[in-house]
Design a protein around this ligand. Structure first.
Ligand SMILES: [Zn+2]
Ligand SMILES: [Zn+2]
Length: 263
C-alpha cells in the first residue's frame, strides 16, 4: 500500500511548488494516503529561516484542511516534523498537545548550534571527530525517543547526509537509540531522501533497518519531498527491499492512533 508521510510545503521556506501539486503527483503515482509534515514553528531565535513562523501556523492548518476537502480520492493526513532540541522540550510538548495532528515526527537537525544536515555548516564535519559526532547524535535520538513527545523518529541517521561516516560503521553507536525507540513503542521512518543526497542511501542504512526488523520496530515511509516531483521518491524499490528484509507491515496514523497495513 502506497503511503508517503513526509511532505513539506513552501511555508518552511526551502520547499517549492503549490501543495495541490504534491497531492496531484501522489494521486498520479497511485498513492492512497499522504501526509504533510512541515517543520514546526519555534520561538524566534531558533532556525527561523527553515520553518514557518509561529503566526503562520494557522495558515498551515487551513491549507491541509482545504486539501482534505478538495481531494476525496486520497486520504490526506495532518502531520508535523518537530525538532527535538533540549531547551525547547516544554514548548514543543505544549505545541503538540494543543493541536490535533494525525502524527508527529521527531527529528534531530541540530547538535547545539551545529546544523548537521544544513549545507551552511558542512565544514564542521572537518573540525569534528566523526565517531564522537555520531555518538552524540545517536545519544540525542535516544533522548528524543525517551521524551514520548513523538510518534515517529524521522531520518534516523541523517547525520550521514554529506557522506561523513565512521570508518568502521556505526550500528554499535546507534543500537541504544534503536532500543529506546522499541522500548517507548515508537515508529521508525524509512526516509528515501538520502538517495538524493551525497549519502546515496535510504535513512537509515540497511544494517540498521535489518536490526530494526529483528527488534520488531514498526516502520513507516516518507520521501521528505521539498518539491512535487520528489513525492514517493524510489518507494517501489525501497518497499521491495523492506519486504526482502522481513518487514511485513507499515504504520498509518489517524489522530495519533497507530494501525498497521501490509507493505
Ligand atoms: Zn528533517
Ligand atoms: Zn523533512
Amino acid at each position: 500500500m502506497l503511503i508517503d508521510y513526509h511532505i513539506h510545503t513552501k511555508l518552511c521556506k526551502h520547499a517549492v511548488g503549490e501543495p495541490e501539486e504534491y497531492v496531484e503527483q501522489a494521486i498520479k503515482m497511485g498513492f492512497v494516503e499522504i501526509g504533510f509534515s512541515d517543520h514546526n514553528p519555534m520561538p524566534g531565535d531558533y532556525d527561523p529561516e527553515n520553518r514557518m513562523i509561529v503566526s503562520q501556523f494557522p495558515e498551515y492548518l487551513d491549507m491541509v484542511c482545504e486539501l482534505q476537502k478538495k481531494y476525496s480520492g486520497i486520504d490526506i493526513k495532518l502531520g508535523v516534523e518537530v525538532d527535538y532540541f533540549p531547551k525547547y522540550v516544554d514548548y514543543v510538548k505544549k505545541f503538540v498537545d494543543e493541536n490535533r495532528f494525525d502524527y508527529v515526527f521527531g527529528s534531530i537537525h541540530f547538535l547545539d548550534s551545529w546544523g548537521i544536515d544544513n549545507e551552511k555548516y558542512i565544514d564542521e564535519f572537518k573540525n569534528r571527530n566523526i565517531d564522537e559526532a555520531y555518538k552524540e547524535y545517536f545519544r540525542t535520538i535516544k533522548n528524543a525517543a525517551e521524551t514520548k513527545i513523538f510518534d515517529i523518529i524521522a531520518h534516523f541517521d541523517v547525520i550521514k547526509k554529506f557522506g561523513y561516516k565512521p570508518e568502521n560503521g556505526y550500528l554499535d553507536l546507534a543500537v541504544e537509540a534503536l532500543e529506546a525507540i522499541k522500548k517507548n513503542d515508537l515508529c521508525l521512518e524509512v526516509n528515501t531522501s538520502g538517495l538524493r543526497k551525497t549519502a546515496g542511501e535510504v535513512y537509515p542504512n540497511d544494517e540498521i533497518l535489518q536490526t530494526a526488523c529483528d527488534l520488531e520496530i514498526p516502520i513507516t515511509i516518507g520521501s521528505d519531498s521539498h518539491c512535487p516531483s520528489e513525492v514517493g521518491w524510489h518507494f517501489i524499490e525501497t518497499i521491495e527491499k523492506l519486504k526482502m528484509m522481513g518487514f511485513k507491515n507499515i504504520c498509518r496514523f489517524s489522530g495519533r492512533e497507530r494501525s498497521f497495513v501490509p507493505l
